[in-house]
Design a protein around this ligand. Structure first.
Ligand SMILES: [Zn+2]
Length: 91
């Protein structure tokens, strides 16, 4: 399954947001206005959600987030990545 990394502008409070697409792939929207190290930590956090299939979890979101924040961040994920940069000036 593939993951689309989309570098774009998000709300000031957001660094990265993961979405489950209709075709079963995932997109991670990354706020390109945030520092690179913050982007990296957030992308790994969102990858954790994808890896652990949190989108299909019936646990309460607060519990999902608590588990997610206790996880070791690791890059060992068997997915194909696609990179996109969406600059709002081009839209
Ligand atoms: Zn989270």
């Amino acid at each position: 399954m593939s993951i689309n990394l989309i570098y774009t502008q998000l709300k000031k409070t957001q660094t990265a947001v993961a979405r489950l697409n209709e075709d079963g792939s995932h997109s991670i929207l990354v706020n390109l206005n945030k520092p690179l190290d913050a982007q990296r930590v957030s992308v790994l956090h969102e990858l954790g959600h994808i890896k652990h299939d949190d989108f299909h979890s019936e646990k309460h979101i607060n519990l999902i987030e608590r588990i997610a924040h206790d996880r070791e961040l690791d890059e060992d994920i068997d997915e194909e990545f696609f990179y996109h940069v969406v600059n709002s000036k081009d839209v």
